[in-house]
Design a protein around this ligand. Structure first.
Ligand SMILES: Cc1ncc(COP(=O)(O)O)c(C=O)c1O
Length: 385
């Protein structure tokens, strides 16, 4: 048989598929499953957005390619959305619509890195990032995790930069910890990366759920010399299956990115572009209400979690996630997640999926379940502990 590249064969399996496989092979449920596995808003898209898309299906144009970077008027709508969310933002020509944030990440990394290069990533890292880097032959260099101090430690960061470093890649609010970097820290990280001549790449998939204005980088006339943003509208408008993302970067970066875009995807589907446009033009209030609901869900989760008798420990939380320490030192995180499934009919993600030395953690994505289910979820954890 032909040989597959070890760049790929040595990567861990996709963690969510791994957990879903456990589910398929595990015994019958004793109680209804509580799914804290994948970070997906549990609510449907706005009904008026779906109506708009239904009407669009009658137009034969819907089945056609668009320009590689997306339709100009859709990118104008996205640009205006940024101006409202960030109080400043990219112009339409600084936006390339992509197949989810996932493809924007691949565009960014393909543009920045070649095999043998290094990218600094948070620990815990969003698992798809190290997985993608490894597939490209790029080394993810983990910034060690200090749960007591999640803000950047510049001494530690400086020590990790080498002549092979190409980017500092961060997720804010973080998946899996939910931690939102402050605007001031992001500014400092920008200056740091600018001095080091590496790119600051922020994955802001959860920006609609962030508190306040996420940062002010776009107000800097020279933002695009250092900054690249990976964006998703999947969580914002509850359209994860539409694969609604964007790469936001300087014009020259976008111009180069289109060479990869053309060979990788050609363009984001037209229907997705119309969905994004409708969301950006019409759904500010809908997004604010859902973000508010998610914040209340977060508060309820944390409050209930901290009740007496729960031996799990809340290490961090925010956006859609609680990052918790499980109470079984003798178990690694995969065994702990398996125990949650076998004994409490709950699925979660093992800490080890997010990087080395994280076996004492689990990620619980409460964004996936309704507020009414939270007390039952926590009661099951308490019963287990
Ligand atoms: C941090 C982060 N980036 C990117 C993605 C993927 O986003 P998309 O569905 O837009 O590709 C996710 C999905 O959960 C995520 O958590």
């Amino acid at each position: 048989m032909f040989k597959l590249t070890s760049n790929v064969t040595r990567i861990q399996p996709p963690p969510i598929s791994e957990v879903r496989d456990w589910l398929a092979e595990s015994a019958q449920r004793r109680a209804p499953l509580i799914d804290l596995c994948q970070a997906v808003p549990d609510y449907p898209p706005a009904p008026d957005l779906l109506e708009r898309l239904q009407a669009a299906l009658n137009d034969p144009q819907i089945a056609r390619y668009t320009p590689d970077e997306g339709l100009p008027d859709v990118r104008e709508s996205v640009s205006r959305w940024y101006a409202r969310r960030y109080m400043a933002g990219p112009s339409a020509s600084e936006i390339c619509l992509t197949i989810g944030a996932s493809q924007a990440f691949w565009l960014a990394m393909t543009l920045l890195c070649q095999a043998g290069d290094e990218v600094l990533v948070q620990s815990p890292a969003y698992f798809d990032h190290p997985m993608g880097l490894q597939a490209l032959g790029v080394k993810p260099v983990y910034i060690s995790y200090d749960p007591e101090n999640p803000e950047p430690d510049f001494e530690r960061l400086s020590a990790l930069v080498t002549e092979k470093s190409r980017a500092l890649l961060l997720v804010t609010p973080s998946n899996p910890t939910g931690y939102q970097l402050s605007a001031a820290s992001i500014r400092q990280l920008f200056s740091f990366c600018s001095e080091q001549k590496i790119a600051l790449v922020l994955d802001e998939t959860y920006n609609a759920f962030a508190d306040g204005v996420p940062h002010s980088l776009f107000a800097d006339p020279k933002w695009s010399d250092t900054f690249i943003q990976i964006a998703s509208f999947g969580k914002t408008f509850s359209l994860t299956g539409f694969r609604a993302g964007a790469l936001v970067a300087g014009r020259e970066v976008i111009r180069q990115a289109l060479k990869v875009q053309d060979s990788m995807a050609v363009c984001q589907p037209r229907l997705t572009q119309l969905a994004i446009q409708y969301g950006c033009d019409r759904l500010d209030q809908w997004v604010i209400e859902n973000a508010g609901m998610m914040r209340r869900r977060h508060d309820l989760f944390c409050q209930t979690f901290l009740q007496a008798g729960n031996r799990f420990e809340l290490a961090a939380s925010g956006a859609f996630f609680a990052w918790v320490r499980h109470p079984w030192p003798q178990l690694d995180s995969r065994q702990a997640a398996r125990k949650l499934l076998d004994e409490a009919d709950m699925i979660s993600l093992p800490g080890a999926a997010f990087g080395p030395d994280l076996d004492s953690y689990l990620r619980l994505a409460f964004g996936n379940i309704r507020g009414e289910e939270i007390p039952e979820a926590i009661a099951r954890l308490v019963a287990l502990g």
